[in-house]
Write a protein that binds this ligand. Structure first.
Ligand code: XMP
Length: 405
């Protein structure tokens, strides 16, 4: 059975002995056997995992596969058009579903990260279920990979594409049987399969982009104006950091209302010791992190002022968390209205820039971006209407996660 694979079990694969050709041959056979004479649907986002999975499924099923791509409203600038073009060029039978309003409506008033993720998942599969029924598909194939279900089952976060591992019966709930051919793979192995299948470089070498997209980077409640600021900031950050060599494994922007509270004296003292002249506050929101093997949902500290080497800044989150266990991450304020670099009083969003180095995304380190580049990036981000402050995330995973929600 494809679906009952445990980490380290008989089916686990290590990169050293991974053979993409044998993997593809075996999975094509299994997909044909599972789908039988039915039709199957696959939901693709244009990311490495789902695109690779779609090409694999298409190789197995040909005209009995239909590929859905959903415009959830959480894609980046121009992404819906770009992804559609890439998927079509791979010969995939594509249908684009324009369903932004359904997601906005479902998420209205929701601030909690897990509640947002569960709402996203439900909306996503309701839409898919309706469309799959319309097309006469009774199997859904999807590109879930090992870290997705390991972290979801471990309670770290509800990844939108993890269903059966949480005990959800997809036949009863959505009317389709589920097949997940990449379930035992890690990211670097998926890339090997992608290259073997000739998936265009835009997809196979692309930095990962989460299924719920910009929703998890719009910290707290999703609002049209906030999302617009985030989309603009994402373009600026991707352009500025995309040229770094070696490239960070992931780099992006997140956005949050720039509303803050004071930190305790103990935390202020800890920051002062590490960063003479430095200050610290908290944003009035929560973000995800990892504590031991569990998910944490805690405060974001904003450190500012002082003068220190960037490597020294990376040591500050640990000191803060030592004094306040409710903190999961810290960011360093590069500039903003307070520093005289920002615009007028209508600006009310803080942009948090995150860039990480990681091998498997289970752990990660903040990327050492040269300070001059960060300062230039800060000036560019402050040009965006609505931005009051720009910060660089200085936290490893753990204690933070890569994404904010
Ligand atoms: P975290 O935030 O858990 O991220 O440290 C680790 C990696 O997973 C990606 N990620 C997701 N990918 N659906 C996805 O397809 C999701 O819900 C999701 N959440 C996080 C994240 O971008 C990073 O590469």
């Amino acid at each position: 059975m494809l679906k009952s694979i445990s980490p380290g079990g008989a089916n686990s694969i290590t990169s050293i002995n991974f053979n993409p050709s044998a993997f593809v041959e075996e999975k094509v056979r299994q997909i044909r056997e599972y789908v039988g004479g039915s039709k199957a649907a696959i939901a693709t986002s244009g990311g490495v995992d789902s695109t690779t999975c779609a090409v694999l499924a298409h190789k197995a099923l040909g005209g009995r596969l239909i590929c859905f791509f959903m415009d959830t409203g959480f894609m980046r600038e121009g992404e819906v058009e770009e992804v559609s073009e890439v998927l079509r060029s791979l010969g995939l039978p594509l249908r684009v579903l324009y369903v932004r309003d359904r997601f906005m409506e479902a998420l209205r008033g929701k601030r909690d990260a897990e509640e947002k993720r569960i709402t996203f998942r439900e909306t996503f599969y309701r839409v898919l279920s309706e469309e799959a029924k319309r097309e006469g598909c009774d199997v859904l194939i999807q590109g879930t990979i090992a870290p997705d279900w390991i972290e979801t089952s471990g309670g770290i976060k509800t990844q939108h594409n993890v269903l059966e591992q949480l005990g959800l019966n997809t036949v009863e709930r959505y009317g389709f049987r589920l097949l997940e051919p990449l379930l035992e793979l890690y990211k670097d192995q998926v890339r090997e399969v992608a290259r073997y299948l000739g998936v265009r470089l835009e997809a196979s070498e692309r930095q990962p982009f989460p299924g719920p997209g910009l929703m998890v980077r719009c910290i707290g409640e999703v609002k049209e104006e906030k999302l617009k600021v985030l989309r603009a900031a994402t373009s600026v950050v991707e352009r500025a950091l995309g040229g770094l060599r070696p490239p960070p494994n992931q780099y992006f922007a997140a956005v949050v209302e720039d509303e803050r509270s004071d930190a305790s004296q103990a935390v202020e003292r800890a920051v002062w010791e590490a960063l003479p002249g430095g200050k610290v506050q908290y944003f009035n929101c929560r973000a995800t992190g990892v504590k031991g093997d569990n998910r944490a949902y805690g405060k974001i500290a904003v450190v500012s002022g002082g003068k220190a080497d960037i490597e020294e800044l990376f040591k500050i989150p640990e000191r803060i968390i030592h004094e306040d266990g409710d903190v999961v991450r810290a960011v360093y304020e590069l500039g903003g209205e307070g520093s005289g670099m920002g615009g007028g009083s209508v600006n009310r969003y803080a942009v948090l820039v995150r860039a990480v180095e990681t091998r498997d995304f289970m752990t990660a380190k903040p990327y050492h971006v040269p300070m001059e580049l960060l300062e230039r990036l800060c000036r560019d981000l402050l040009e965006i209407k609505g931005v009051s402050s720009v910060c660089y995330d200085i936290t490893s995973k753990p204690p933070a996660t890569v994404e904010y929600e």
